[in-house]
Design a protein around this ligand. Structure first.
Ligand code: PHE
Length: 332
């Protein structure tokens, strides 16, 4: 056993001398001095020795144990391994990146559209989501009596005694009125993106909240041709240079004439994307703009609808569920 202990010591010295990695030092220490290590294995034999042999073996055992401990302690010191500095910083390792976010698809549609109209000279106007009846209805030439207003189903806020009714706007056309009131004298060229609310049952194509982008241009001599030109300029940038538009006669109380407009989508046919028309003289009168002097056009497009067409999204609810598996597809 004494012989084996000596061999153990020499072997440990040799292995330690060859070792340079602080992490492996711990493994080596376990190999020699661990509870089931080589030292423990060799010295277990002491039980089979005579008491004379035991004395000599015991002395050697203590000596080798101390020698090993000192060897390891010296090596640890040499490698600086017994403290945190063993985790030396490797500057060549790739860093840890924070997870990068991405713009929501609706934000992208609004941003792209706003950028196109900005280049055509339109300012982006902001409006409130809580509105009064004047801005959502009457100034837009929508009479307040039930049959007319019923086609614009609307969420009303709980009424406050002595105060005019408040509602969640059901269209961004409210911002037409707000902008004309604020700016006063034409020329007025604005777009107004934002949320609107309607008490619709939710399904794949309906949501009680969705987004619209309103457009309004009022100036001397503005005609339907300007409306067509501006919408074509937008559609060709937004859908591609081959985009075609179709204007179908329609009715809106705040425009006359009015049209619903479809875009031609290769392989899918005509798809309705917006409503538009020439601003009704009554709307101009409501904001004290002279309809003899000025004319204008207005349009309103559904943002979810545009995003669904552009990105091939089948269900409007995806936009509001905030599932990163959906949203993560709109990077870059
Ligand atoms: N406000 C109309 C809607 O929500 C859209 C529209 C806007 C139509 C402007 C004509 C002019 O359906």
């Amino acid at each position: 056993m004494i012989e084996e202990l000596k061999n153990l010591e020499t072997e440990a010295e040799r292995e330690l001398a060859a070792l340079a990695d602080p992490q492996l030092l711990q493994e080596l220490k376990v190999k020699y001095l661990g509870r089931k290590g080589l030292f423990a294995t060799v010295t277990a034999e002491i039980a089979h020795l005579t008491s004379d042999q035991k004395r000599a073996a015991g002395q050697e055992m203590n000596r080798v144990k101390r020698a090993l401990e000192e060897l390891f302690a010296a090596k640890e010191k040499g490698l600086g391994s017994s403290d945190f500095s063993i985790q030396a910083i490797d500057t060549t390792m790739p860093g840890t990146y924070p997870a990068a976010g991405a713009l929501h698809p609706l934000t992208r549609v609004i941003g792209e559209t706003a950028a196109i109209f900005q280049r055509l000279g339109f300012f982006t106007e902001d409006g409130d989501e809580v509105e009064d009846e004047r801005h959502n209805f009457s100034a837009l030439n929508i009479p307040l009596d039930p049959p007319a207003r019923d086609s614009f189903d609307t969420f009303y806020l709980a009424s406050v005694p002595g105060q005019p009714p408040r509602l969640l706007r059901s269209q961004t056309s409210t911002v037409q009125i707000r902008a004309m009131e604020r700016i006063g004298e034409p020329p007025i060229k604005i777009i107004a993106p934002g949320k609107v609310y309607r008490p619709d049952a939710t399904d794949a194509t309906h949501s009680f909240m969705f987004h619209q982008i309103e457009g309004l241009m009022v100036d001397e001599g503005v005609s339907f041709a300007h409306l067509k030109g501006v919408l074509y300029a937008w559609a060709r940038e937004f859908f591609g240079p081959k985009a075609k538009l179709r204007f179908r006669p329609h009715f809106f109380p705040f425009t006359e004439p009015s049209a619903e407009i479809d875009v031609w989508w290769e392989g899918r046919g005509w798809l309705e994307i917006l409503g538009a028309g020439m601003v009704h003289p009554n709307v101009l009168r409501a904001v004290k703009i002279d309809p003899e002097k000025y004319t204008g056009f207005a349009f309103g497009m559904g943002v979810e609808r545009l995003a669904m067409l552009k990105y091939g999204v089948e269900d409007i609810r995806h936009f509001f569920e905030n599932d990163v598996r959906f949203l993560g597809q709109f990077r870059g």
